[in-house]
Design a protein around this ligand. Structure first.
Ligand SMILES: [Zn+2]
Length: 104
């Protein structure tokens, strides 16, 4: 249903922009047929589309939160000393290396 609607819109748009000025737009009615078709298509596919959109949003939110969290933790715990044993960076509050456990 959606595909038919988009095809109709495509044809009517193509016709509309390619026709000569004196010519009647032959396929322009398709545009008005396509609009309800797309509407019906969206209604019929509503739950599925919403689910897909929600999934994508969830991924985006998760990514954003991850980046924000990393930025935040780096802001709170700036690395300002390094392990003598393995060389891993650590915030100055840390007493032991998070990598190898050596006392800092
Ligand atoms: Zn270490």
């Amino acid at each position: 249903m959606l595909i038919i609607g988009f095809v109709f819109i495509g044809i009517s748009m193509f016709d509309f922009f390619t026709l000569d000025t004196w010519e009647e737009p032959k396929y322009f009615w398709m545009f008005f047929v396509a609009l309800p078709l797309i509407f019906i298509g969206f209604v019929l596919n509503g739950p599925r589309l919403q689910k897909v959109m929600l999934e994508q949003q969830k991924d985006t939110i998760r990514e954003t939160m991850k980046v924000m969290g990393e930025g935040l933790s780096e802001g709170i715990n700036p690395i300002n000393k390094y392990c003598r044993n393995c060389g891993k960076g650590a915030p100055k509050e840390d007493k032991f290396c998070s990598e190898c456990g050596t006392a800092l």
